[in-house]
Design a binder for this molecule. Structure first.
Ligand SMILES: [Mg+2]
Length: 262
């Protein structure tokens, strides 16, 4: 994957940004995927502190209330957190694709999700790392367990993360996947990722504008299933197959406000 050079926000990509906004204005049936952490809001040492600000909620509310938009937050967060944080009539994907919710409907579990008996094997390993790495913590979701070490002394915690990933290699033979992203090590059921969840919407007919914005490699799964004409935007410097880039969540927010005002 070759990093793209076009930044929408430093002047280099201004004409491309205008092209996108023009396309947005012309279209009548838009599909918009937004990742949450690292995309709409910066990272916090404690994941629970990354609560949406009034500004974020206002932007989402306005985008979602436009009848031409189908707005989907596509996140690794737990269903419960999403329900607590967002009281907006729009769609959500939780647990990196384990659950989807359309509008004010019920949460639907992804097909092919197997049981989560494996947690009893993985939890004690995570607990060991929490004990030896003060400040780190375990997060449990329906089909995943995650070890968060953001905000913990980084040399030590990154070293421990590498050891942990090695220790968890056995999960690959258990129909599980190991996610190693943005200061989180997460074990989750196989067969769940953002691409399957995204396809649930993409495959519906009639879209004349598709946009996806995300910051880490789980969003690459979303980007990978977008039609060629779709707009994809990577937030931050990591390699990506996205067509465009933005530097930070602040810039994403500014850009979304331009869409609302366009
Ligand atoms: Mg993210």
């Amino acid at each position: 994957m070759v990093p793209k050079k076009v930044f929408f926000t430093n002047g280099v990509g201004k004409h491309k940004e205008k092209e996108l906004i023009d396309d947005y204005c012309k279209s009548k049936n838009r599909l918009i995927f937004l990742d949450y952490d690292g995309t709409l809001i910066r990272f916090f040492d404690r994941p629970e502190d990354a609560k949406p600000t009034d500004d974020i909620l206002d932007v989402l509310e306005k985008l979602a209330s436009d009848k031409k938009n189908e707005l989907v937050i596509i996140s690794g967060r737990a269903r419960k957190t999403i329900d607590e944080w967002f009281d907006i009539d729009m769609s959500f994907v939780a647990g990196h694709g384990a659950w989807t919710k359309e509008g004010r409907g019920e949460w639907e579990k992804a097909k092919n999700l197997n049981d989560s008996d494996w947690k009893s094997k993985v939890r004690p390993i995570f607990e060991k790392y929490v004990e030896t790495t003060p400040g780190s913590l375990i997060e449990e979701k329906d089909f995943s367990l995650a070890w968060h070490f953001r905000g913990v002394d980084s040399t030590t915690s990154h070293k421990r993360a590498r050891t942990l990933v090695k220790e968890l290699e056995f999960v690959h033979s258990m129909n599980l996947q190991l996610l190693d992203v943005s200061e989180v090590v997460e074990v989750m059921n196989a067969g769940v990722d953002k691409s399957t969840a995204a396809l649930h919407w993409i495959e519906k007919p009639g879209w004349d504008f598709i946009l996806a914005i995300g910051d880490d490699w789980t969003d690459e799964n979303t980007f990978s299933v977008l039609p060629a004409a779709a707009y994809s935007i990577k937030v931050g410097p990591l390699p990506s197959q996205a067509r465009f880039r933005m530097e930070s969540p602040d810039m994403v927010m500014k850009f979304l406000k331009k869409l609302i005002e366009a």
